[in-house]
Design a protein around this ligand. Structure first.
Ligand code: HEC
Length: 179
């Protein structure tokens, strides 16, 4: 190999191996686009379910929320929701989400989405979810008795109550395949 060719080979290898940096705004955009269908379909399901009353909406949420997350995921992108105070333990945070959840919990002013490198092939995206007045029906400090008992029946370890409008509820997340 000539010196020139060797130099080129080394440079190519170095560029290929520098996986420690990402273009954050590119992944923030991709992450926001990835979670959007889940946000929209969850909201639509919730509103439709609530028309039949909150107890019915609980059943809708329980059946549909995981299916909607599955439907909004693709071969290269997975999406979902997580929280520090879980209703469904299946929504538990993965290790890469923990520091970001802590960040939002510690600093209520930080409302911006964030991206993080998970590994060579994956970038994580999160965006905080805040409690709206509508959410308090099922996540507030006091729940209607029939609603409370339905939740207790379906989610015996429910921690996701006691919220007020404006509180941080958790995050939407996406796992994006890297370029
Ligand atoms: C009709 C009752 C109801 C309402 C209203 C409601 N939720 Fe939920 N929420 C649930 C149920 C039931 C689950 C568990 C779904 C599952 O099994 O995946 C849940 C789960 C979640 C989760 C996933 C983390 C976890 O604890 O499992 C988030 C985040 C969440 N809700 C946020 C919200 C927000 C934000 C609103 C308002 C826009 C809202 N919810 C309104 C019933 C409700």
């Amino acid at each position: 190999m000539s010196r020139g060719a060797l130099l080129l080979a080394v440079l190519a290898a170095l560029t290929a191996c520098d996986r420690s940096k990402i273009n954050e705004s590119e992944y923030e955009e991709a992450g926001a686009a990835a979670v959007l269908p889940l946000k929209k379909s969850l909201k639509a399901a919730l509103v439709a379910g609530l028309e039949e009353g909150p107890v019915n909406a609980i059943s809708v949420c329980r059946v549909e929320a995981p299916q909607l997350a599955e439907k909004a995921s693709t071969a290269t992108t997975r999406v979902g929701r997580t929280s520090r105070k879980l209703r469904n333990p299946a929504n538990a945070p993965k290790p890469w989400m923990e520091p970001l959840l802590d960040l939002y919990e510690r600093d209520p002013e930080s409302r911006e989405p964030a991206v993080v490198i998970i590994d060579d092939r994956t970038v994580g995206y999160v965006e905080p979810i805040f409690v709206q007045p509508l959410c308090v029906t099922c996540h507030g400090a006091t729940l209607e008795p029939d609603l409370a008992s339905k939740i207790a029946e379906l989610y015996p370890n429910d921690q996701a109550t006691g919220y007020a409008a404006g509180d941080l509820r958790g995050v939407f997340w996406a796992e994006l395949t890297r370029d």
